[in-house]
Design a protein around this ligand. Structure first.
Ligand code: DOR
Ligand code: ZN
Ligand code: ZN
Length: 352
């Protein structure tokens, strides 16, 4: 058995669905899934019901997470059509999430004056994180240059997008990006078999898109799950929502890529530890370790996952690499299939 200690691994893009979507996930189940996946802190997205867009909704969410989270956490504020004038930065807000395309829920900004207003008024010391597909990513990069501020592109998935990020970085633009595991390990070929279960925004790409992500790994700053659980009934309904779960499978899939020789182990640490901290600027949870067994082979199964949705687009995939135990602040919080952390033991990340 080849066990190895990794540092605090952080997922900078998750949807834990509280408030308003707790039949899909809640802070207790979602953070249990995080720990089982070797993740010690999560950054939660604002597309809740109601959306997180002001002081009140932020206060509510801090309360909910403080009572039930089992791992550490912080939040994105959502950019709405009318909250640019007085940005809420508040405690525990890592950045502004701006939806430039249609996704899940009503949070979206689509008029140029609104988008410009956000780029003008959002505090400079925190990034703007954009859901931007295709042309929208060029718009976001252009605005970041014009307003001279930090942009983080979420789930880059297309060849042209990653090439654009490379070019922007070469030109000195202050931009970072993340890639989601479903875009690294699945393509539209898999979507044919998975049907509506594979529906996600951005959609799964072509083989060529997929290869472009792998060949441009050096311009990718982080891997983030975009854990977006919906129930199996919802996904198999006539109008299936977009989104796939990923918190428990991201690290095993990356470790499997290490075992296949596709990814150096140091890259896993760069993409899940160094990158997240550098992009978002927070103190690492103290004394956090993730112990993995690089030799353990196992099939990914939705049944038995800690996420409430209990399905995975990676069903049946054999992977080599498994999380054995996780400890934070000196306490063992996960061990061999058991989550030991109790709801409320997670803490807000300390922002720098
Ligand atoms: O597929 C997606 N689902 N993309 C998003 O941007 C939102 C997410 C969700 O919240 O379900
Ligand atoms: Zn998104
Ligand atoms: Zn998302």
């Amino acid at each position: 058995m080849a066990t190895l200690d990794l540092p605090a691994l952080i997922d900078i893009h998750v949807h834990l669905r509280e408030p308003g979507g707790t039949h899909k996930e809640d802070f207790s189940s979602g953070t249990a899934a995080a720990l089982a996946g070797g993740i010690v802190a999560v950054l939660d997205m604002p597309n809740n019901t109601p959306p997180l867009v002001d002081e009140d909704t932020l206060g509510d969410k801090i309360g909910l997470a403080s009572r039930s989270a089992r791992c550490d956490f912080a939040f994105y504020m959502g950019a709405s059509t009318d909250n640019a004038a007085a940005p809420t930065v508040g405690p525990h807000v890592v950045g502004l999430k701006m939806y430039l395309d249609e996704t899940y829920g009503p949070l979206r900004v689509s008029s140029l004056p609104t988008v410009m207003a956000h780029f003008k008024s959002w505090p400079r010391n925190r990034p703007i994180a954009a859901h931007a597909e295709g042309l929208s990513s060029a718009i976001a990069i252009g605005l970041a240059q014009l307003y001279d501020r930090r942009l983080h592109l979420c789930h880059v998935s297309r060849k042209a997008e990653i090439e654009l990020v490379r070019r922007a970085k070469e030109k000195g633009t202050s931009i970072t990006c993340e890639v989601a595991p479903h875009h690294l390990f699945l393509t539209e070929e898999d979507a044919k078999e998975l049907g509506s279960l594979a529906r996600t925004r951005p959609p799964l790409g072509t083989q060529e898109d997929n290869e472009a992500l792998w060949t441009n790994l050096e311009v990718i700053d982080a891997v983030a799950s975009d854990h977006a659980p919906h129930t199996i009934a919802e996904k198999q309904s006539d109008d299936p929502p977009s989104g796939v779960p990923g918190l428990e499978t991201t690290l095993p899939l990356l470790l499997n890529a290490v075992s296949e020789g596709r990814l150096p182990l140091e890259e896993v640490v760069r993409l899940l530890h160094d990158g997240p901290a550098r992009i978002m600027g927070f103190k690492m949870p103290k004394d956090a370790h993730v112990q993995v067994d690089l030799d353990a082979k196992w099939p990914i199964r939705g049944e038995g996952l800690f996420t409430k949705c209990a399905w995975t687009p990676f069903e049946g995939m054999m992977v080599k690499g498994r999380v054995r135990s996780v400890s934070v602040r000196g306490a063992v919080v996960y061990q061999d299939g058991k989550v030991l952390a109790i709801p409320g033991s997670g803490r807000p990340l300390v922002l720098l």
